[in-house]
Write a protein that binds this ligand. Structure first.
Ligand SMILES: Nc1ncnc2c1ncn2[C@@H]1O[C@H](COP(=O)(O)OP(=O)(O)OP(=O)(O)O)[C@@H](O)[C@H]1O
Length: 562
């Protein structure tokens, strides 16, 4: 349980809630057990006094009660105690869940945020070490497994410990031998349930994998529906889907079969213990050593204990899973980003850019994308970068945004190494239009305003005009509130590119990087946009990565990559 120690600070943070939770566990268990003795007592009173009662079939129920009042009084009092105890134990069980489960949900929330924040901090190279699916798993499956330890795990273990202490004390006070014989099978039950729970966990994991395979397949098929239809591959896709669904069904049925054992085992052990109570209790009753009420008490004690003992088996398996999940989360949280910001000063950025003998090799493939590259652009100038595909143009864009750092050489911004700049401030001053126009599945207004805090409507429209896309947006029924669909599927390639341009321009950046992001535009629109930028962002340095002569012709300098 080494990895789970990471959670100790969280337990400490929510100690007040957890303290109340533990107190409620004690109270709810106390009232659950306390009432049992009154059941036995009442049965003994009924059994011992039945022959002496003055009951008449002709008299009404009320008259019978009046005639035997001293006898019925005790039964009424005992019933009242039973009712109040049940109410109180129910109330405290409710409170126990309201505190411990709430604490576990809060810790889950904090943990999810921490993982997400950490993921955002990683560099591009770090992302290559993990996948989106991996992150999703850590955020969902792993965090849920940890929460199960934090909530039900802790709650049931504490519950059983307290229940066992209180119940066994009552049982021992009643009959030592009977206590011994009825408690012995319970740890064996825990062990068997633990084994079954482990098998259930493994099977539900394979079932979940099968479920995610279906989700990925459906997502993939419908994202590429145009290709599927064009190639007339609907039947093929349908067949593959059928295979995947069948696989899921087989796994789900297999899991259901194992789950059925869970309750079967519990019911079997309850039956076994009932036989033990009747056998031992019956012998003692015949020998005059035990009353019927005490036998009834034992039935109730065992019924109270059986569930927590079963849960211990389940919780042990849950805790093992949580330990493995915590290890996976910790491995991820221990990853330190290559890109660290050490400067937190506030200053202005002019936009002078110099690459001095810069080389970069992608660590995952070993491909040397840039080799000893040097160039210089002064603030306010435009540099066009051209070259054949794979020559390293996009890599320059990534280096300029400091999404990666060069292996050799240095990048100077205003004469200072980019690594020594305040990264947060620098990124506020750089506008980037990616090669693949990435839009978030939200409205057009959200996508344009994304670059700045609290963007006003006027500003969004102003920059949509500068990016020459306003005229298209106003033609949509919902105009700026149009939902762009998943990654902008509702828009044409050129519309997406221009919305991305508006998103970069709204920042009023000092450095503007176009990564082949004018390719879907006709020359007239391209001309308009570049003219608008020239007029409005005169002091900004523009880097235009392009394959088209038309985009490069306005540039002050052109860099050809070999
Ligand atoms: N994330 C990555 N991981 C590994 N290798 C990469 C990665 N991105 C690019 N490369 C490799 O680095 C080289 C340069 O890629 P880059 O994207 O910079 O070229 P480019 O000039 O922008 O190409 P294009 O004109 O086709 O967009 C290519 O050989 C490419 O295979």
């Amino acid at each position: 349980m080494k990895a789970l120690k990471t959670l100790n600070p969280y337990f400490w943070k929510h100690r007040v809630l957890l303290f109340w939770g533990f107190l409620f566990i004690i109270l709810s268990n106390f009232f659950t057990i306390y009432k049992v003795q009154f059941v036995g007592q009442t049965i003994n009173i009924i059994e011992g006094n039945y022959d002496n009662l003055k009951l008449s079939k002709e008299a009404s129920l009320i008259d019978n009660v009046k005639a035997n009042w001293s006898y019925f009084r005790i039964i009424f009092i005992n019933s009242g105690i039973l009712l109040v105890c049940s109410l109180l134990s129910g109330f405290f069980t409710f409170m126990m869940r309201q505190t411990i489960i709430v604490a576990s949900r809060r810790i889950e929330y904090e943990l999810k945020n921490k993982i997400f924040r950490h993921y955002e901090d990683l560099s591009l190279t770090d992302y290559k070490k993990t996948t989106i699916g991996d992150l999703m798993n850590r955020l969902s499956e792993d965090v849920v497994a940890i929460r199960m330890y934090l909530g039900p795990g802790v709650m049931y273990v504490v519950n059983l410990a307290i229940l066992l202490i209180i119940t066994s004390s009552y049982m021992l006070m009643t009959d030592v031998e009977m206590t011994f014989w009825t408690l012995i099978p319970l740890p064996i039950l825990s062990f068997v349930i633990y084994k079954v729970s482990n098998i259930i966990n493994q099977k539900s994991k394979t079932m979940q994998k099968s479920q995610s395979a279906i989700s990925t397949f459906v997502q993939d098929s419908f994202s590429g529906i145009r290709v599927v239809k064009y190639f007339s591959k609907e039947k093929y896709i349908e067949k593959n889907y059928g295979i995947k669904v069948k696989d899921y069904q087989d796994k789900a049925l297999d899991l259901a079969k194992t789950e059925a054992y869970f309750f079967t085992i519990i019911l079997f052990v309850i039956g076994l213990l009932n036989v033990a109570i009747i056998f031992i209790g019956g012998q003692k009753y015949i020998a005059g050593e035990m009353s019927v009420g005490t036998i009834a008490d034992f039935f109730l004690y065992i019924n109270i204990l059986i569930w927590p003992f079963s849960m211990v088996g389940w919780v042990t398996s849950v805790n093992q899973r949580a330990e493995a999940s915590m290890q996976r989360v910790n491995e991820f949280l221990d990853m330190k980003s290559d890109i660290v910001n050490t400067n937190h000063e506030n200053y202005s950025i002019n936009g002078d850019i110099e690459f001095r003998n810069v080389s970069y090799t992608y660590p995952n493939t070993g491909i040397k994308a840039l080799d000893n590259l040097s160039f210089k652009v002064n603030a306010g100038e435009t540099l066009a970068i051209m070259g054949k595909t794979g020559s390293g143009k996009s890599t320059i864009a990534l280096l300029l945004g400091r999404l990666i750092d060069p292996d050799e050489g240095e990048i100077l911004i205003d004469g200072k190494n980019l690594k020594d700049h305040n990264l947060e401030l620098y990124r506020q001053k750089i506008g980037y239009i990616p090669q693949e126009s990435y839009l978030f599945s939200d409205t057009i207004a959200y996508n344009i305003g994304f670059a700045i805090d609290n963007p006003g409507e006027d500003l969004i429209i102003k920059y949509a005009k500068k990016a020459d896309v306003h005229k298209n947006i106003v033609e949509f029924k919902d105009q700026y509130e149009t939902i762009v669909g998943e990654r902008g599927v509702m828009l044409s390639g050129g519309q997406k590119q221009r919305i991305c341009i508006a998103r970069a321009l709204i920042k009023e950046p000092q450095i503007l990087v176009f990564d082949d992001s004018l390719s879907a535009l006709d020359t007239e629109t391209e001309e308009n946009i570049l003219q608008n930028i020239e007029n409005d962002l005169q002091s900004a340095t523009s880097i235009i990565i392009t394959h088209r002569e038309s985009s490069a012709k306005r540039a002050d300098k052109i860099l050809y990559l070999p």
